[in-house]
Design a protein around this ligand. Structure first.
Ligand SMILES: [Zn+2]
Ligand SMILES: [Zn+2]
Length: 273
């Protein structure tokens, strides 16, 4: 529903994104076309994003009108400005951008990569993130990527960190340095944040991260990669910790962003009484 509302606004076509990937250069020595990482169909084009056009079309990519801080889509009619959340929150990060809206097929896919061990899909969605971010100039200059660390206990349960798989997918499309693993650690198993409000999420995450070797982050621009941006509590806590350790600036790049009907109503100035 929310997405349908947004669809009425201007939306970039997948063709534009794909073009940019193709323009980025098809490697002639690239192996023969692979299989779609979502549906398994044989790909006709040899692109770095290993997803068929049908599956790409299903992705609810964000439009052009975004909150300038968190990247949340705003109604097409709204002036490009701040969303309701960002008008009421102090952020430690410079800017976050999300490739798509957390809805429909993508919602199911994120569930697949987090709870059904679909690593292949995570890598494919990372490739999409790289294509979209590259086409829209969202990757900060001289940035090091940093997948949001998982607590070792979670890592052991799941067997992988989904944010690292997204980064792996990104790196198969674009060349970027990644902050060494282990420099930033999650020292706290936070309780599930579902059902918590924005303030409770922040309290829940306070002190969750720790920089083990500050020397490795001093003066660096970091681009934190995650699967979803909801209230921004995770990115803010990570940014606060990194800045304290001497990082120059912290940005965020997420596969998806949560958008609700009330966000749209609030950001367009409607629905306030
Ligand atoms: Zn497919
Ligand atoms: Zn915002």
């Amino acid at each position: 529903m929310v997405y349908n509302k947004l669809l009425r606004g201007k939306r970039l076509s997948i063709g534009e994104y794909l073009n940019s990937v193709l323009m980025a250069g098809i490697d002639l020595l690239f192996p023969p076309p692979a299989l779609c990482r979502v549906c398994g169909r044989q790909l006709v084009l040899n692109t770095r994003v290993e997803m068929c056009e049908l599956c790409l079309e299903q992705l609810p990519l964000v439009g052009e009108n975004l909150c300038r801080l968190c990247g949340r889509p705003l109604p097409a009619s709204a002036e490009p400005t701040l969303c309701f959340h960002c008008r009421n929150t102090r952020h430690f990060f410079v800017q976050n951008r999300a490739a798509a809206i957390y809805s429909g097929t993508l919602k199911e896919q994120i569930h697949e990569i987090k709870y059904r061990y679909n690593r292949r899909l995570a890598v494919g969605l990372g490739q999409v993130m790289a294509a979209v971010a590259n086409a829209r100039g969202w990757i900060p200059r001289k940035a090091h990527l940093l997948p949001v660390p998982l607590h070792p206990q979670r890592l052991q349960q799941r067997g992988y960190n989904q944010a690292e798989l997204l980064v792996q997918g990104m790196l198969s499309c674009i060349h970027l340095p990644v902050l060494e693993p282990g420099v930033v650690v999650r020292r706290q198993v936070t309780q599930a944040s579902t059902g918590l409000n924005a303030w409770e999420r922040r309290v829940n995450l306070k002190g969750a991260f720790y920089v083990s070797s500050p020397g490795k982050v001093v003066g660096k621009v970091l681009c934190v990669v995650d699967d979803i941006y909801t209230t921004g509590a995770t990115l803010d806590e990570l940014a606060r910790t990194l800045l304290k350790a001497g990082a120059k600036a912290v940005y965020g790049l997420t596969l998806s962003i949560a958008v609700s009907d009330s966000d749209l109503a609030a950001s367009s100035g409607e629905g306030r009484s």
